[in-house]
Ligand binder design. Sequence first.
Ligand code: 0X9
Ligand code: ZN
Length: 298
Amino acid sequence: DSIVGTYARHGEINAWLDAVAAESNGLATVETIGQTYEGKDMKVLKIGEDGTKPAIWVDAGIHAREWIAPATLVYIIDKFLSEYNSRPELNKYTWYMLPVANPDGYEYSHTSDRLWRKTRSPQSRRCTGVDPNRNWDSHFGEAGTSSNPCSNVYPGTAPFSEKCTQNIRDFINDHKDRLKMYLSFHSYSELWLTPWGWGREKPSDNDEMMRVANLGKTAVQGVNGKSWIVGAPPDILYAASGGSYDWAKEKAGIKYAYTFELRPDGNASNGFVIPASEILPSGKEVYAAVKKVASELI
Ligand code: 0X9
Ligand code: ZN
């Protein structure tokens, strides 16, 4: 039975990726891009032929407690597998999907602490974990971080101190010539975050970043009426350095790099914990947006 629409465990998601790839008649394959600190396999689903087409990367679950993000990406993968061959905006790309980018933290949020955010590598005698969305080599350790290893925004001792960010970095670097877009799913607040996260400076192609983001926002709105806010983190949320999408654009040279903050909206208190009945509506609106923006990249 399918895990689509459920908050599945990491092992269930990995097993499901293997199963859907095996049943896909060669459309999809699984690549293990490495292991985590605790030895868990990080599995990427590749959809479409590898090595020729332009490519798009999508990850979810960099933050452990943001369960709607992996669940939304699982929904999207399921839709892709049935619609990829018939939709030109999908099949002109090869897609690389990583539903759980921080498996150690994700499992810990299931077994021990529902609101765990970070990785699970020991950092001091008392405290565990690095914020994997502060651990990338883009303005490392600047705004929105803390040097206290017990903090939820502790960036680590150096960029890419964490196995999970290293593995993603290495895969992306191996494919960066073909990667046109980098998407990262977080929660919550219903935001479409444009570069840069680290400060108020804007990229030279900011108008194009905003054009595509606003098309995505409109696509989201068309499904369930949700009105996402589009903008750069320092303008609409808070500045945060060492983030994955900033690295993807600045260092890997992937032009279109966005972070989504999924359901619920920013008025929710403890919006990390939302009912599983939100997964399908979230999946539908985000799938519509991903399809729309994929047709718009130049
Ligand atoms: O703080 C974060 O990492 C993200 N918000 S969350 O509530 N999901 O933790 C925002 C990240 C925006 N990206 C960068 N600032 N690089
Ligand atoms: Zn997050």
